[in-house]
Design a protein around this ligand. Structure first.
Ligand SMILES: [Fe+2]
Ligand SMILES: [Fe+2]
Length: 323
C-alpha cells in the first residue's frame, strides 16, 4: 500500500491537469496523458461509430443491383464506398488509443460491441435509398458536426472530413425523395411509405433520451460529446420538418407542432421499447446484418493472409536481419 501512495498523488495531479486542459478547450492528442476511463469511453464510442459505418453499408448495398438508372447506381455505389472509408478512417483513429483493430472487429462479430440501431431495419423499396440519405445521413451530420469539436484530436479531425461526405450523401438522398415526390402517384406513395417507416427509427438513432443515457454526463464533462441526445434530436427535427414540407411529404407524427415561443418543433412520444429491443439484438435485421459481416470476414481471410505475406516479403532487410 505504501508503494502505491506516490502513484495516487501523481495520478491526482495528472488528472487535475487533464481536467484543466479540457476546461481550457485544449485538444487531447494520442501521446498525451489521459485518464483510463476517458480512453476506454472513447474506444467504446469510436469503435461503435466505426462499426456503424461498416454495417451501414449493408442496407444500401442491398439496392446497388436494383438502382433505377446508371446514374443512380453510380452515386449509390460511391456512397456505400464512402461509408467503408468512414469506417476505416475511424478504426484508424481508434487505434491511436492503443487498441488493435482485429480486437475491435472481433467485438463486432461476436456481438459484444454495438452499432447504430438504425441499420437493423430492412430496405424494402428504392425510396428507402432516398430516405436513408435524407434522414439517416442527416441525423448523422447533426451528431457528427458536434463531434467535430470533440476534445480528442484524431476523432474531431476525422469528423470534419467525414461530415463533408455526409453532406453530399444527404443531398443525394433528398434529391431522390424530391424526384419521387414529384413523380407518378405510385412513386409519391412509395416515397411516403419510406418516410413512414424510417422517421421514428431515425429519431431513435440519436440515442436514448437524456434521462436514460448513462454515459452522456461523463462524455459531456470531458467534451467528447458537446450536446445531449435530446438536443441533437431536436436539432434534427427542426431541420427536417421544413424539408419535408418543401417536397410535400408528411412526417408520421400527428403530435408534431411548432412552438412559437421556443422556436422548436414539438414531437409525439417515441417508442423506446422498440429502440431497446433493437439495441438488444431483436430488431428486424440484427441477425442478418451480423451474419453478413461474419460471412464477409470469413471470405476475406485470404486477402488478409495475402496482405500479411506481402508485407513480410517486403519488410526492409534490416528488420528481418534483426530477428
Ligand atoms: Fe458515414
Ligand atoms: Fe453517409
Amino acid at each position: 500500500m505504501q508503494q502505491d501512495a506516490p502513484k495516487a498523488v501523481d495520478d491526482a495531479a495528472l488528472n487535475a491537469r487533464f481536467e484543466a486542459r479540457i476546461e481550457a478547450g485544449e485538444t487531447i492528442e494520442p501521446k498525451d496523458w489521459m485518464p483510463e476511463r476517458y480512453r476506454t469511453q472513447l474506444i467504446r464510442m469510436m469503435s461503435q461509430h466505426a462499426h456503424s459505418e461498416i454495417v451501414g453499408m449493408l442496407p444500401e448495398g442491398n439496392w446497388i443491383t436494383r438502382a433505377p438508372s446508371l446514374k443512380r447506381k453510380m452515386s449509390l455505389i460511391a456512397k456505400v464506398q464512402d461509408e467503408a472509408g468512414h469506417g476505416l478512417y475511424i478504426y484508424c483513429g481508434t487505434e491511436t488509443l492503443g487498441v488493435d483493430r482485429a480486437e475491435l472487429v472481433d467485438q463486432l462479430l461476436t456481438g459484444k460491441a454495438k452499432y447504430s440501431s438504425i441499420f437493423n431495419y430492412p430496405t424494402l423499396s428504392w425510396a428507402d435509398m432516398g430516405v436513408i440519405g435524407w434522414f439517416v445521413d442527416g441525423a448523422a451530420i447533426v451528431n457528427q458536426t458536434v463531434l467535430a469539436k470533440a476534445s480528442y484530436g484524431p476523432y474531431a479531425r476525422a469528423m470534419i472530413r467525414i461530415c463533408k461526405e455526409e453532406n453530399f450523401h444527404k443531398k443525394q438522398g433528398y434529391e431522390i425523395m424530391a424526384t419521387l415526390a414529384n413523380g407518378t402517384p405510385a412513386q409519391k406513395a412509395m416515397a411516403q411509405d419510406a418516410v413512414n417507416r424510417w422517421w421514428w427509427p431515425s429519431l431513435m438513432m440519436l440515442g436514448p433520451s437524456d434521462a436514460n443515457s448513462p454515459n452522456t454526463a461523463e462524455l459531456i464533462k470531458w467534451r467528447v460529446k458537446r450536446k445531449t441526445n435530446d438536443e441533437l434530436r431536436q436539432r434534427f427535427i427542426d431541420l427536417t420538418v421544413p424539408q419535408a414540407q418543401a417536397v410535400d411529404l408528411t412526417l408520421p407524427d400527428p403530435d408534431l407542432k411548432y412552438n412559437e415561443e421556443t422556436g422548436h418543433w414539438e414531437h409525439g412520444p417515441i417508442d423506446w421499447d422498440e429502440f431497446w429491443a433493437v439495441v438488444k439484438g431483436n430488431g428486424p435485421c440484427n441477425r442478418e446484418r451480423l451474419q453478413a459481416r461474419r460471412d464477409a470476414h470469413e471470405k476475406g481471410a485470404w486477402v488478409r493472409e495475402a496482405a500479411a505475406a506481402y508485407a513480410a516479403k517486403h519488410q526492409p532487410a534490416s528488420a528481418s536481419n534483426a530477428a
